[in-house]
Write a protein that binds this ligand. Sequence first.
Ligand SMILES: Cc1cc2nc3c(=O)[nH]c(=O)nc-3n(C[C@H](O)[C@H](O)[C@H](O)COP(=O)(O)OP(=O)(O)OC[C@H]3O[C@@H](n4cnc5c(N)ncnc54)[C@H](O)[C@@H]3O)c2cc1C
Length: 403
Amino acid sequence: MCKKMNEEKKKRKAVIIGCGIAGPALAIALKHVGIDSEIFEATKTTPNFGILSLTSNAICALKLLGVFEKIKTDNSPNAYFYKHDGRLLKIPDMVSELEKHNLDDGIIVHRSNLVQELKEKAVSNGTRINFEKKLVDIQEEPDKVIAIFEDGTEIEGDLLIGCDGPFSKTRNIVLSNSPLPTYSGNIWTGVDLGIYKKFDLLPNAFHMTFGRKAYSGTLTFSDSRTIWWTNVPCPENTLEEFKKMSPGNWTKKLSELHKDDHARMLDSIKSGNNKHVRIPLYDIPYLPTWHRNSVCLIGDAAHATSPYIGQGAAMAMEDAIVLAKCLRDIPESNNAFVKFEKLRKKRTENIVKISQQTGSLITTSNPIKQLLRNLLLPRTITSSIKKLNWIFSYKISWDEKIK
Ligand SMILES: Cc1cc2nc3c(=O)[nH]c(=O)nc-3n(C[C@H](O)[C@H](O)[C@H](O)COP(=O)(O)OP(=O)(O)OC[C@H]3O[C@@H](n4cnc5c(N)ncnc54)[C@H](O)[C@@H]3O)c2cc1C
């Protein structure tokens, strides 16, 4: 039996679709359990805008993947919240609140750094990454799976894992009856302001403003490099029109949105030189299943989430490690996928739901809800850290066997 299991492990090759966060994390995790893989990414390179806040659970995953030391920063920013007029809302000190629950502070990283380090580690382990390979079809045969790319090339493997994000083609092909991602009603838009020293913003800190019409954030690094972003409410039926808006008109729209808020908002918008990135926010609250035969989904492809509690990248890396452990300990891939889904689905669905609820509270434009939210903020922060401890304290270990 043991010999059979080893042979099964030796001969398996995984085809990974997508080289965002889940893809290279999975390649590293699979290598750790003795499974070779190859990654196929649709784009030419990795998008380089954006920051990620990584909480204790993400840090645990990064350590298991062996990249924490490379991406670790001294950026454990504190958070400050402001009313629309710029008055600071009193809240408890986050770092001490986390310490009370034995949780790490968390870190902030540039998305591009994280993806780059994951890619480098995967490549140094012998994983090949192929760019400009857009998956267009999948053929499943009894003993293999074949991925077909837009350029007409094909690759076969023993299993295929869709790490291709919220609009996963893998999901679209093999789980075609799945519900579509749900639009949140908001476009996230942001810009890198470079070294920004106006308004005496405390460095190494998040400065969040509950604007009259939109929730906005500023992250200032220790060297005063500053990222500014806001959530633009946008009904689904006007989404296309908003996406196509010229950069100049987009900036005008942002200025209009924040015209009743404190001066820093308008200045940040102007200082962005019309270079705002725009990302409509979608989530996937529920899929009936994540796998079929020798194909499985992980990361945003399975459970995309809005960014309000900063957990999407964390969940993608957790998935990668748990799936690798399932494939290590359960001989048949299909049975391993069943176990993987059982271990991960409830947690990820709950996180997506909590993120949605948090988003609707922080982005509300209802004045009464805004008033209540601002009044209750100190209590909400303390109780949330306690209530959400199960998210942040989630620990995985390579040693523990999956049964
Ligand atoms: C504004 C914003 C802020 C966020 N902030 C945080 C945060 O602070 N903390 C946190 O933990 N998470 C955060 N997230 C969530 C996080 O970014 C995602 O959950 C994470 O990127 C998911 O990783 P993934 O690899 O599953 O998907 P992705 O990162 O989307 O990667 C998918 C990859 O698949 C490729 N692909 C797509 N289709 C194909 C195809 N047909 N063939 C081949 N390749 C394909 C794509 O090009 C892409 O490279 C945020 C998200 C947003 C939008």
